[in-house]
Design a protein around this ligand. Structure first.
Ligand code: GLA
Length: 392
């Protein structure tokens, strides 16, 4: 009888203990989930510019713990941390560790570039019978919006969204009429959205009050090894383009579109960058590597997959989707080891590559290229996605 009592007593204790353990497990699990994988945005002060403007940093984090950092100075993407095949998180974009470095002359690391990305020949174009003159900040040409383009201004925070499936930050900038020589007040927004499928969408919109030209892009330099002291030559690259835009010695389009067939510009099947870039080809010599706009296939389909990069050692894959007609593939040819990297080293030639989705360079002076003109009443809208994954 006593034995039976004791037995039922110990059974009760056992059940209570098990329940406690189960509860604890639940609580632990919950708090772990909260700590590690809740889609969220964190915000902090990043610095103050020489003109005494405050700069904010937004950290967009998804459920997988992947995160993207964006600062309001230049609308720049400063960090993209994503895992390799083993789950090791590394930063796959080139960037500095201080605002002052971003304010100094630099190769547009991570920037929202505008009002006109890439080159405009002789810093001049005409529109509706008017000739407009821009600052020549690249030899005889205008490059990436001029002396103080969108990459060097502080953007206003228009909207921050946190939802269970995505987080986003929308930045705005009003480029005044004749700023850097461009006509029309251009109200521009760029929205960075991080999704749970490890994709970063970049969405631009712009309206003007006078006919103008617009061509916007993001100028992130990728190195999928996660270590900017490595060269990108061990990356495989694939671009869905049958044609590219050949350029003259000052990197201005010659006006023709050339077939990639039987040339080192043929990335329709994936190519190892280190193999292709050493080809003797006049256009590679001109660019000291690749610094060309590819004419992306299937532009009539709109938003579509256009390019991929793969780094076999880490297993990281980057896929690009866009609605744009072109993409400048730039292999960091002008990085010359003079700029300091956060790891204590420097940014060497070919330590990063850019996939700059855009309209073709110098389009305002090239009647055969798709138009970059924006008129009042019309909305410029474009979307590009950088999607990260891994494969063996
Ligand atoms: C673009 C240009 C390059 C160079 C870089 C920035 O990709 O095409 O020629 O100016 O930007 O250094």
């Amino acid at each position: 009888m006593r034995l039976a009592k004791l037995n039922s007593f110990s059974i009760n204790i056992f059940i209570i203990l098990m329940l406690c353990l189960a509860c604890k497990k639940k609580i632990d699990h919950k708090s772990l989930k909260k700590q590690k994988s809740v889609m969220r945005i964190e915000k902090c002060y990043y610095g103050t510019t020489v003109d005494k403007e405050e700069v904010t940093l937004f950290k967009l984090i998804n459920e997988g713990g992947i995160y993207v950092e964006v600062i309001t100075f230049g609308g720049r993407v400063t960090t993209i941390k994503c895992p390799d095949l083993q789950g090791k998180m590394d930063n796959v974009v080139l960037g500095f560790d201080s605002l002052s470095q971003y304010e100094k002359k630099n190769p547009y690391f991570g920037a929202a570039v505008g009002r006109y990305v890439n080159r405009i020949a002789n810093g001049r174009f005409s529109l509706e019978g008017e000739v407009y003159t821009l600052a020549k900040n690249n030899g005889d040409n205008s490059l990436h919006g001029g002396l103080k383009g969108f990459d060097k201004v502080v953007w206003i925070v228009e909207e921050v969204k946190e939802t269970p499936s995505f987080v986003s930050v929308k930045l705005a900038y009003l480029s005044k009429d004749m700023e850097e020589g461009f006509p029309g007040n251009l109200q521009t927004t760029v929205t960075y959205t991080l999704n749970n499928d490890n994709s970063l969408n970049i969405h631009y919109e712009a309206i003007t009050d006078k006919t103008t030209i617009v061509n916007l892009t993001n100028h992130s330099y990728f190195n999928l090894s996660g270590d900017c002291s490595n060269s990108i030559l061990d990356h495989e690259v694939q671009i869905n383009a049958n044609k590219y835009v050949p350029v003259n010695k000052s990197l201005i389009p010659t006006g023709t579109l050339a077939s990639v067939e039987h040339t080192p510009f043929d990335f329709r099947a994936a190519q190892l960058l280190g193999d292709v870039i050493k080809n003797n080809h006049e256009q590679i010599e001109i660019g000291d590597g690749f610094d060309h706009c590819w004419v992306l296939n299937n532009v009539s389909k709109g938003y579509r997959s256009v390019a991929k990069a793969y780094h076999s050692l880490s297993g990281r894959v980057l896929e690009v989707l866009t609605d744009q007609p072109g993409m400048q593939f730039y292999t960091g040819n002008f990085l010359d080891g003079t700029l300091p990297a956060p790891n204590g080293g420097v940014f060497n030639k070919r330590s990063g590559f850019c996939f700059e989705t855009q309209h073709f360079p110098d389009a305002p002076n090239q009647p055969k290229f798709p138009s970059t003109t924006l008129v009042p009443g019309e909305k410029y809208r474009t979307k590009t996605t950088f999607k990260f994954s891994t494969k063996y």
